[in-house]
Design a protein around this ligand. Sequence first.
Ligand SMILES: Cc1ncc(COP(=O)(O)O)c(C=O)c1O
Length: 369
Amino acid sequence: MIQFEHRPGLLDLGWGHPRPGLLPVEEWATATAAAAREFGWRQLTYGYPTGPAPLLEWLSARLGTEAGQLFVTGGASHGMALVASLLAGPDDVILVDSPTYHLAFRILADTGARLVRAPADADGVDPDALAGMLAALRAPGKLLYLVPTFANPTGRSLPLDRRRALVALAQRSGLTLLEDDNYRELSYDGEAPPSLWDLSGGEGVVRVGTFSKTVAPGLRLGWVNAAPTLIARLTELGYVESGGGVNHAVATTMSCFGASGAYDRHVAAVRAEYREQRDALVAAVRPHLPVAAPAGGWFLWVTLPPGLGATRLLAAAERHGTSFVPGPRFYLDGPGGEDRIRLSFSHLAASDLTEAATRLGAALPTAWG
Ligand SMILES: Cc1ncc(COP(=O)(O)O)c(C=O)c1O
């Protein structure tokens, strides 16, 4: 019934899923009843192509964007697939940050475009090196995919000067920055940095967002934030014309969840819980491996001691009753990441995170070749 598979005996730090106990079951039931009362049959017929006005208005106020710059999707993955297929095809190049969200590679590759690693260092994509690469590319670079804020897998955020330089580069070169802004609301130590979208004034950037991290992934509800010309192209897609708004009933329910204040209360509550989970995992990993606490998101990106590989450590960790995602998964075809592991602190409660880290610590001395 669900994507998560429990492996008996394993406290798995691999899953970037919300902790089940933090999913707002009761609050969502309340919003569902409120939406049925408020919208009646209008909730159950075909929806407006870009999404229902009550959600677009609430969301645009929250994001500080225009309602006409939004298109409601079935999650960020769906938004990325739609945007990539409109903006790139088999003769094009799509650049991707590395390391980055590994499942985006498949979504972007579905367009038939060639995926190429953008130049990046420990701070993220390097705009100067990228400018040189764009000039040398034979096929036009159409898109650059990145998660600039509280990234998956690194937890890092792109520095402000690089954000500005990337936006300027996109605007003068015709490259579109595909900004995956999934983790913006999950900030634990102050405000998230400004989005590329906000810095761009709406030109050269398309932003995708989601309710998967803040509310629940099962809703399959997210959005594309783009210039009105691209929003118009989305609404003209054959299946939107045929089927209307892509997730109308859930979108109308979300408008009630937002307007009632339930969204704000829930996000504040989960932020506090995930902060506590982050702190528990950081504290429990530190005696074994050096690790920095990310300012937001769901992941620790841990460097292994020289000579210890992630693949080998994974086998040892699973023998000791824990697991993680090895670094190489987050690099587009080719080298990188054997010295890194991604530990998720989203899915397990603090006490289980502590136990998982203890098991990882016990696995370490057994993993040397
Ligand atoms: C960076 C990133 N983008 C997109 C997704 C998928 O988002 P959605 O559930 O909205 O499709 C995830 C989920 O793990 C993610 O980490």
